[in-house]
Design a protein around this ligand. Structure first.
Ligand SMILES: Nc1ncnc2c1ncn2[C@@H]1O[C@H](COP(=O)(O)OP(=O)(O)OP(=O)(O)O)[C@@H](O)[C@H]1O
Ligand SMILES: [Mg+2]
Length: 508
């Protein structure tokens, strides 16, 4: 093995350092100046970035660290590199070095500590044992309240997030489009269903109904111990448009508490004032005869009024009526929320402004009813959250999401926010999501928004988010005290968010 001056000196100081622990695999030796939060080591065995390592501290015992950077140092100069290109045989001396960030150890009270004195140069660095990793990181496997989302990157250690913490602390799942958000969210919902947690999913693309069906698990080298199954017995699906979503129950709203201004805001009418009075009058006149009324009733009154120019308003209301979500009798919330079941609100095929209205109505009802204990504690999952609680501008549902984000936990109403644009989600909402699951993100603004919101994120890990392969998530929060890289487990049920192939790929 070639030597370098740093290792030479350390070796002379610690000439008797031989591996005292034959059951551990020695992967490096500490060299150079040694800090208390990180150190450099020379790689002498199999070492890779993001690998966990352990070093014995003179007073604190085994301490866990993670390889944050690696470098191959060589003595090949630019001039000699040219000689290589010209076919000459040039001897190259190289050494692989690594920077290790110290994570810490558990003291006798079980608290996470970091050593207060540095390790010694010449100390041996070992590949970390799973037992130490679990103990220091605080991972418990196969617990009664754990949601199993995947394996710790590179290790056969299950990462389980405590379901109570999930509901109490809110969740965000962020990644660029195609990054695997819906896939991971589906895995999380499977766990919630298994634990009989009540869930409601706002599903703008109609992706979640496929969870009724059994999935197929691809053959990989990793054994995630997942058995395919469908969840048809747990799922209730409502849709705003049952023409395109045939398996769903129609979702209907009454017009009873919608005032003229609200109704106008759902139309394309810009000049609201021009129609406000006549619409108000029409609504009042319908209300004076009927408690339960439809858009048709309002349209009839407007049509009967020949003195006012109402044609544009009538056309807009007819368009709204075609969307078919208003009815004399609305869907009751106790039909929508059923204890221990997962309800999908499928909004596929419904215009965005109507979606906002639906989401606002449902979220408001959940919050109000949860406050008085009329519905069970539950999790509200919101896909494409940037549309329903945007950072810029207002959606009909902006206000209720702020309220749920800040007060929901008090009442056992958990929120899971999913978005491909972290920077476009209302910060007041996102900042309340204390369990964060981040997959690959490349947009600089989104990366900035994420780096600012994740606690304990080192610069190295923040940088890592851009390079995450599909299927690997950075997870922190709840019972996970430090950011962890998790290989997301395969789905038990069928994933509905497959990308559509425009040109079919050739099968071989
Ligand atoms: N953990 C995983 N294991 C295997 N395949 C995965 C995993 N995560 C995602 N995929 C695959 O990647 C594709 C995109 O995943 P997904 O639909 O979850 O992305 P998304 O982030 O929700 O995208 P969008 O923003 O378009 O909704 C899917 O076809 C899915 O099969
Ligand atoms: Mg998706």
């Amino acid at each position: 093995m070639e030597t370098d001056s740093a290792v030479d000196t350390t070796e002379s100081n610690a000439s008797h350092k031989i591996n005292k622990y034959p059951d551990l695999e020695c992967v490096g030796v500490i060299y150079g100046n040694v800090g208390t939060t990180s150190f450099n080591c020379r790689a002498t065995g199999n070492m890779e970035r993001l690998q966990y390592v352990q070093v014995e501290h003179e007073t604190d015992g085994w301490v866990l660290g993670i390889v944050s950077e690696m470098e191959r140092k060589t003595d090949l100069s630019i001039e000699r590199a040219k000689m290589v290109s010209e076919g000459e045989v040039v001897p190259i001396e190289e050494k692989v070095t690594a920077k290790v960030d110290i994570i810490g150890f558990r003291d006798e009270r079980g608290l996470l500590q970091t050593p207060r004195t540095p390790f010694r140069a010449g100390d041996l660095v070992y590949k970390a044992k799973d037992t130490l990793i679990k103990d220091v990181i605080g991972l418990k496997e196969r617990t009664d309240t754990g949601a199993y989302i995947g394996l710790l990157l590179g290790h056969d250690i299950r990462v389980e997030i405590d379901i109570n913490a999930l509901v109490q602390k809110h969740v965000s799942i962020l990644a660029k489009t195609g990054g695997g958000k819906s896939f991971l969210c589906g895995a999380l919902i499977e766990e919630l269903m298994k634990h009989d947690v009540t869930v409601l999913i706002i599903d703008p693309h109609g992706e979640y109904g496929s969870m009724r069906e059994k999935g197929s698990i691809p053959q990989t080298t990793r054994n995630f111990e997942v058995t395919p199954r469908g969840y048809a017995d747990k799922i209730i699906e409502f849709a705003t448009d049952t023409n395109v979503n045939k398996n769903a129950i129609p979702l209907k709203f009454t017009l009873a508490n919608l005032e003229a201004r609200d109704l106008l805001s759902l139309t394309n009418i810009k000049n609201v004032r021009a129609y406000l009075t006549s619409l108000r009058k029409a609504i009042d006149s319908v209300r004076s005869i009927k408690k339960e009324y439809t858009l048709k009733d309002i349209i009839n009154v407007l049509e009967a009024d020949e003195e006012t120019q109402n044609a544009a308003l009538i056309a807009e209301l007819e368009y709204l009526d075609e969307i078919n979500i208003f009815a004399a009798k609305g869907t009751r919330i106790d039909e929508i929320v059923v204890k221990g079941k997962t309800t999908i609100i499928n909004l596929k095929g419904t215009p965005p402004d109507i979606q906002e209205l639906v989401v606002n109505r449902i979220a408001t009802a959940l919050f109000e009813l949860r406050k008085v204990g009329k519905i069970p504690p539950m999790m509200l999952v919101v896909e494409e959250a940037h549309n329903y609680c945007p950072q810029q501008g207002l959606a009909a549902s902006s206000k209720i999401f702020r309220t749920i984000a800040s007060e929901g936990r008090k009442f056992g109403l958990g929120l899971t926010i999913i978005s491909q644009r972290a920077a476009k989600v209302d910060k007041n909402v996102l900042s309340q999501c204390n369990t964060q699951m981040i997959l690959k993100v490349t947009n600089p603004n989104d990366l900035k928004a994420i780096a600012a919101s994740v606690e304990g994120l080192t610069a190295g890990l923040a940088d890592e988010i851009q390079r995450l392969p599909i299927g690997v998530a950075l997870v922190v929060g709840g019972n996970i005290q430090m950011p962890l890289l998790v290989e997301v487990r395969p789905r038990e049920s069928k994933h509905g968010g497959e990308s559509v192939e425009i040109v079919p790929s050739k099968r071989v």
